[in-house]
Design a protein around this ligand. Structure first.
Ligand SMILES: *Cc1c(COP(=O)(O)O)cnc(C)c1O
Length: 398
């Protein structure tokens, strides 16, 4: 028997749940792109995006997903044959490195495995071994969405400064922006990429590259910069609204994004971060209790290294895929697939992920956890008692 009728909950790490306010804002006839509300909205959107990123730098917006802005960040700062150092704590770090390679950039990967953050001593070693400053950039993923490892980007800034190394620091905050605490300028980040479909609660289709003056100077000599990806005209938009997107603007996305940024401003960014912290803590509490009675466990053992936006779970057997299927078909909640958790890089049935980014509240998390407990029983994944009690304690303490 299926109990999945009712509002479906897509509890995956992007695209995330879209607020009704965002959907309502998008539901309109074609807006005027020449004058009036839509072009007038753009400076405010730019200002609010920078506020969410906590930067006084620039932002260029693209009609692109996360992969698009990965490429945009590289194209505006690097030349064919340049070397970059990539810090990988999961599939997304490796993915960004692969993108660099395909552009003709030589990516040297420090792979720190899939269960925890990087080792700063190894980063320092790699920088010390580059006295000629061959690395033009260090690529670091804040939250790796495959492993749910959260890294402290400011540690890379400290390592670069300690080594006196001029490489640009580039951060991927696609999963974490407006979910996990992150302040671009305070972290000493030169280039940061984000998408609209995770913490920013807008349907997939827009990506952002934030960059400071130092990164913009690298643009002068970057031979990978091409007409479409060039970030400069998009920032200045000196030729008018048309230039923000090097062509037609994503009209309806802008209305949706405007509504999402209003929601973030209304709640307050600090409160948004705290909400994500508390909801994540409830999820961890549940899985820690369940894990005491079986093979299932959180992928990241160290609490301080866990993202508050996404949680990767090791199911302990390929029944993880059965659990996902059961939840979608019987309970109306879809969890994320296990991604890149072995050398094959393919979907791993022994893993699943919960997205808890963006428009998520206590009842959604408790509903998902309650459904998961039912699913564990239904598909026969061994688990200890008290998972929901433990989660409820965390929520009750909020
Ligand atoms: C989602 C994500 C990406 C890729 O974004 P797409 O929109 O799927 O191209 C890259 N990096 C991180 C950390 C992500 O979470």
């Amino acid at each position: 028997m299926s109990l999945s009728q009712g509002r479906h909950y897509l509890a995956i790490p992007g695209p995330s749940v879209m607020p009704d306010a965002v959907l309502r804002a998008m539901h309109r006839a074609a807006p005027n792109i020449y004058t009036g509300e839509l072009p007038d909205m753009m400076p405010g959107i730019v200002a609010d995006l920078k506020a969410v990123a906590r930067t006084a730098g620039n932002v260029a917006a693209y009609i692109a997903n996360g992969h698009g802005v990965w490429e945009a960040a590289l194209a505006n700062t690097l030349s064919r044959g340049d070397r970059v150092l990539v810090l990988a704590t999961g599939a997304f770090g490796l993915g960004w490195a692969g993108m660099a390679e395909r552009l003709g950039v030589r990516a040297e990967v420090l792979d720190f495995g899939r269960r925890g953050t990087w080792d700063t001593a190894r980063i320092a070693e790699a920088l010390a071994a580059d006295p000629g400053h061959g690395f033009k950039a260090v690529l670091a993923v804040h939250v790796d969405t495959a492993t749910s490892v959260r890294n402290r980007i400011e540690e890379v800034r400290a390592a670069l400064d300690a080594a006196g190394h001029p490489a640009l620091l580039m951060a991927d905050c696609i999963a974490s922006l407006a979910c996990d605490r992150f302040e671009m300028d305070a972290a000493g980040v030169d280039v940061m990429v984000a998408g609209c479909q995770k913490g920013l609660m807008t349907p997939p289709g827009m990506g952002f590259v934030f960059f400071n003056a130092r990164a913009d100077r690298a643009r002068d000599s970057a031979d990978l910069a091409s007409a479409y990806w060039d970030w400069r005209p998009r920032v200045e938009a000196a030729g008018g609204f048309y230039e923000y997107f090097c062509g037609t603007a994503p009209t309806h996305h802008l209305y949706g994004l405007r509504a999402a940024l209003d929601m973030i401003a209304e709640e307050g960014l600090e409160a948004v971060w705290r909400r994500h912290e508390r909801l994540a803590a409830a999820i961890w509490a549940a899985f820690e209790a369940w894990g005491k009675g079986g093979e299932m466990e959180l992928n990241v053992p160290e609490r301080a290294q866990r993202s508050c936006a996404v949680t990767t779970v090791r199911a302990g057997s390929p029944k993880g895929a059965d659990l996902r299927a059961w939840l979608t078909e019987k309970a109306g909640v879809t969890l994320g697939i296990g991604l890149g958790m072995d050398a094959s890089g393919r979907e791993s049935p022994s893993f699943f992920r919960l997205g808890h980014m963006g428009h998520v509240n206590a009842q959604m998390v408790m509903g998902a956890l309650g459904s998961i407990e039912a699913g564990l029983k239904a598909v026969g994944i061994a688990h200890g008692p008290g998972g929901l009690d433990a989660a409820a304690e965390v929520i009750a303490g909020a």
